[in-house]
Design a protein around this ligand. Structure first.
Ligand SMILES: Nc1ncnc2c1ncn2[C@@H]1O[C@H](COP(=O)(O)OP(=O)(O)OP(=O)(O)O)[C@@H](O)[C@H]1O
Length: 239
């Protein structure tokens, strides 16, 4: 736990879908500049936690503080404006917008922020997007769409970048490009929350990990702790 106030602090999150409760009191903290993961087998509540953090799903109990502000009850667009950007599962690029249009349409330069993400900086991170600048969203490969989804999220200059299964369905070489990009973002001080299943890669990328099981955090710790205890991998992650 960091000595300073965390960028994100969630306590006792309870949420679900209709009559079905999925989260049973999730506690989560992310310090500024940290890369944190949510791990767990399929259906354990990782995406539901993210949907609750970004306001897509109603928080039933508990509280969320982000950058010193309470988020409970705020709409997703208000939460996004406070600096939370999500790269969702399935990427969701617009078929009729060009790559360039995607990167300028949502751009937001936060006041006084140095080194902000403008379109040139995003093209430097993803040279392939520059080559494809005038192509439409539906003309891109899966990997290019994923890079665009990350670039679009960065264009809002988020304080917290959230990736939900960002490497799902990508070829190993493209997946590695995405990991490299996240490593560069980490070097640049970007705070990131990642959901993904490649634990062996995530222990090299991230600082801390939270393992979910049936809507509860059953373990949290550092990469070194997770790396050195393979029984956790077997028991909770099935790897
Ligand atoms: N829209 C929905 N309506 C009803 N139940 C849902 C909905 N989305 C998810 N669930 C259920 O909530 C539980 C948690 O799902 P969630 O997607 O959060 O899991 P996850 O840990 O992200 O796993 P996965 O890797 O499979 O996405 C599962 O039992 C799932 O079936």
């Amino acid at each position: 736990m960091s000595a300073t106030v965390p960028l994100l602090s969630a306590h006792g999150l309870t949420a679900g879908y209709g009559a079905s409760q999925v989260l049973f009191g999730i506690d989560l903290e992310i310090a500024s500049g940290q890369v944190v993961t949510l791990l767990g087998r399929n259906g354990m509540g990782k995406s539901t936690t993210i949907k609750t953090l970004i306001g897509d799903l109603t928080l039933r109990q508990g509280s969320i503080q982000f950058g010193g502000q309470r988020l409970d009850g705020l709409r997703p667009d208000a939460i996004a404006r406070l600096g939370m950007a999500v790269v969702p599962e399935g990427r969701q690029c617009f078929p009729n917008l060009t790559v360039h249009e995607h990167l300028v349409a949502f751009a937001d330069v936060r006041n006084g922020q140095r080194d902000s993400w403008n379109v040139e900086r995003i093209y430097r991170m993803f040279p392939r997007l520059k080559e494809r600048a005038q192509n439409l969203g539906n003309q891109l490969s899966g990997g290019e769409q994923q890079m665009l989804a990350i670039g679009r999220a960065l264009s809002t200059n988020p304080r917290l970048l959230i990736l939900d299964e960002a490497t799902e369905g990508l070829a190993p070489v493209i997946r590695e490009e995405i990991w490299q990009c996240l490593a560069q973002l980490r070097e640049a001080g970007q705070t990131i929350l990642v959901v993904d299943k490649y634990v062996d890669r995530l222990v090299r990328l991230a600082d801390r990990h939270f393992i979910l099981e049936r809507g509860r955090v059953v373990w949290q710790g550092s990469s070194a702790e997770l790396d050195s205890d393979r029984s956790l991998w077997k028991t909770h992650l099935g790897v």
